[in-house]
Design a protein around this ligand. Structure first.
Ligand code: GAR
Length: 198
């Protein structure tokens, strides 16, 4: 067992299905015993994010920081950093956290901030990735876990999973196929990160 406490803080904005997959993997694979790692908190920028109740039901501490209560992006990110840093995290995991982060935030967590994006980066950074993959006639779509850098959806790639784009796919059917892979890929990528850091 590692003697280093490897606190992980997960940031969400919505359903939290990736967060739940990560928490489940941490519990089932005993990341605490293997790496001294625990999911210290799940924090949402939306007070009514469904993922908050999911996290609580799984026994994880939750926090809310409503971005609408702040006058500027910088003020929100500064407060968010304070909340995150109260857990002294080794790793900050963006899991459907739908906020553009300030350069100061990204710099503060350089090397310990990761994201999952629903495309095969570098293809389709930004929004509406599934419809754009369909419209472009791609034979494959997928998801990417990457380090977060100042440029949106452009950090070094850590892991990818591909799925076929099938005839008749809508953005929703393709998203469901990609999300099933996200739920495998993201916990695996974090497990690999913890093993490498141990
Ligand atoms: C996921 O599909 C994730 O890839 C995407 O948001 C969804 C969140 O779902 N993230 C982005 O688009 C980031 N640019 P979840 O809340 O159920 O995990």
């Amino acid at each position: 067992m590692s003697s280093k406490p490897n606190n992980i803080v997960i940031l969400i904005s919505g359903a939290g299905s990736n967060m739940a997959a990560i928490v489940r993997a941490a519990q089932e694979q005993d990341w605490q015993g293997a790496f001294g790692a625990r999911i210290a908190a799940v924090i949402s920028n939306r007070p009514h994010a469904a993922g908050l109740q999911v996290a609580q039901a799984m026994g994880v501490i939750t926090g809310v920081l409503d971005h609408q209560s702040f006058d500027s992006r910088e003020a929100f990110d500064t407060a968010l950093m304070q909340q995150i840093d109260s857990y002294q995290p080794a790793l900050v995991v963006l899991a459907g956290f739908m906020r553009i982060l300030t350069p100061g935030f990204v710099q503060h967590y350089a090397g310990r901030l990761i994201n999952i994006h629903p495309s095969l980066l570098p293809a389709f950074p930004g929004l509406h990735t599934h419809q754009r993959a369909i419209d472009a006639g791609c034979a494959e779509a997928g998801c990417t876990v990457h380090q977060v850098t100042a440029e949106l959806d452009h950090g070094p790639l850590l892991a990818q999973a591909a799925v076929p784009v099938l005839p008749g796919d809508s953005a929703d059917t393709l998203a469901a196929r990609v999300q099933a892979q996200e739920h495998l890929l993201y916990p695996q990528a974090i497990h690999d990160w913890l093993r490498a850091a141990a």
